[in-house]
Design a protein around this ligand. Structure first.
Ligand code: GLU
Length: 496
């Protein structure tokens, strides 16, 4: 447990849809901030103009709100360490890169793309590691200054120590040591004046007083570079935590584009917005994502956000890759759906009916919810179970009305008997109608499946429905009789 308030940031690049991995990174940041009474910051890393996707920032912000991961500082809420969008911090990066140049820890490089390509090809031919060959590393500073003054195109590179080793500490993986001669003089500032991630993120993490950096293990390769940059400035290093990557459900490799498209057809996705549309709820998604890489106890623990805040522990983060298990997502989602208050669940399923143009009345909806909530894995499961409640007329498949082992004429006969019994009851509730239906079944020498199956199709239009008598009670006696009358007509027409 950490007792000092943590200042943590979620620093996505607006380059596409919000991925499950981003949701988990944001969640861990949020949990640590809330647990320690610290701050959770949203920083938009948008300096890569080529990868920028309009609308992606909004999707990220909407995603965080939907997940319930409210941040204390960010581009839309402000804060005293802003601006929180990197494109608004250009001057800060320029000043800082200059500081490194002045300290002799970075240098301008005038190599043209053509020259760099030639060097790369030569290295490939010689079968040696492709890297920047240091051509401009030892240029005379005065000459470099004159070339810059004359407007010559250049980048700024970091001057990596060329001897010895670098050891950087990852909180969950331990020390990572590399030989410096294997590290490149990476670009910190591009020729268009925009910083690379290496510079911008290190500067911002320092200026924003970030204590813990949660990021993807995809950054492990450049981790020693980042540690060197921070040290070159003479800054204190944050606690770095490189989170596990996600593997496809089989555990073999990452999900390909094709596999992502396949997943959607099965009702799953690795993108937050899709999962929202597919009827997953944030509580379920957070719980599922949290436990991919965090051993809170049992991996099937049902945890609410407040419980996760209490239990979150950096020592239990697991660096090994986590296979995406959608069956578990179903499990967590269903469990969290059942924990919702009835009116909350009603409000959350209502849009699914409206989306299909059903006219929904709230009082009826509230009565339906207890009948279906045990069966919902995703919110949109409300449609197959309960859309019939809001249909003015049912489309019945006549064959479904024919009871098992009977023909249509016999089924019509049974339906008429059911009608006669129900017609004389004060109402069609479970308490009132169940016993007479059982008695009728016995009198007719039929099975409950035959009689109630027919009644179910007549009243709901489908073979599978929520509990029948409870459903009939909601529909009301007169509509039940009307539908039964209609079923009798269908069956009689079938038998002529
Ligand atoms: N902008 C980086 C990304 O989206 C963030 C990495 C970090 O959190 O430092 O991968």
């Amino acid at each position: 447990m950490i007792d000092k308030p943590a200042r943590v940031r979620f620093a996505p690049s607006p380059t596409g849809h919000m991925h499950l991995g981003s949701a988990r990174t944001a969640l861990y940041n949020y949990l640590l901030a809330r647990q320690t009474g610290g701050q959770f910051i949203l920083r938009i890393e948008d300096t890569d103009q080529k990868r920028y996707v309009p609308g992606a920032e909004k999707e990220l912000i909407d995603g965080l709100h939907w997940l319930g991961l409210d941040y204390d500082e960010g581009p839309d809420v402000g804060g005293s360490f802003g601006p929180y969008r990197q494109t608004e911090r250009r001057e800060t990066y320029r000043e800082h890169v200059q500081k490194l140049v002045d300290l002799g820890k970075a240098y301008p490089c005038f190599c043209t793309p053509e020259r760099l390509e030639k060097v790369r090809q030569e290295q490939q031919q010689q079968k040696i590691r492709t890297h920047y060959d240091g051509f401009c590393r030892n240029l005379d500073p005065q000459e470099a200054a004159a070339r810059i003054a004359s407007g010559e195109k250049h980048v700024i590179r970091f001057k990596m120590p060329s001897e010895g080793t670098t050891t950087a500490l990852d909180y969950i993986r331990g020390p990572i040591t590399v030989e410096n001669k294997l590290l490149d003089d990476s670009v910190l500032m591009k020729s268009d004046g925009w910083p690379t991630y290496h510079l911008a993120a290190m500067v911002d993490d320092h200026l924003m007083e970030i204590t813990h950096v949660f990021r993807s293990s995809e950054w492990l390769g450049t981790f020693p570079l980042h540690a060197n940059i921070v040290r070159a400035f003479g800054w204190e290093e944050p606690i770095w935590i490189h989170l596990s990557i996600f593997l496809k459900p089989s555990g073999k490799g990452k999900m390909s584009k094709r596999e992502k498209a396949e997943a959607i057809k099965d009702g799953y996705s690795i993108f937050v917005k899709d999962l929202q549309d597919l009827g997953f709820i944030p509580e379920g998604l957070n719980n599922w994502a949290a436990l991919m890489g965090w051993g809170a106890g049992e991996t099937e623990d049902i945890l609410t956000l407040p419980e996760m805040i209490e239990k979150f522990d950096l020592h239990h983060l697991n660096p090994s890759p986590a296979a995406i298990n959608f069956t578990k997502l179903d499990y967590f989602n269903g469990a969290h759906i059942r924990m919702l208050a009835l009116d909350d669940l009603a409000a959350r399923i209502k849009p699914y009916f409206l989306r299909e143009n059903y006219k929904v009345d709230d009082a009826t909806l509230l009565k339906i919810v207890p009948l279906i909530r045990e069966r919902l894995v995703t919110l949109d499961d409300c449609l197959p179970f309960a859309a019939w409640f809001f249909k003015e007329t049912l489309t019945i498949n006549p064959a479904d009305l024919v009871a098992k082992n009977l023909d249509s004429a016999q089924s019509a006969q049974v339906a008429r008997k059911i009608y006669a019994v129900l017609e004389n009851l004060p109402n069609v509730s479970h308490a009132v109608a169940e016993a007479p239906m059982r008695a009728l079944t016995e009198n007719l020498g039929l099975s409950l499946g035959q009689v109630l199956g027919l009644l179910r199709v007549a009243v709901t239009g489908q073979m599978v429905s929520p509990p029948l008598f409870e459903s009939m009670e909601i529909v009301g006696k007169s509509l039940v009789l009307e539908r039964l009358r209609n079923a009798i007509d269908i069956l009689e027409k079938m038998s002529v």
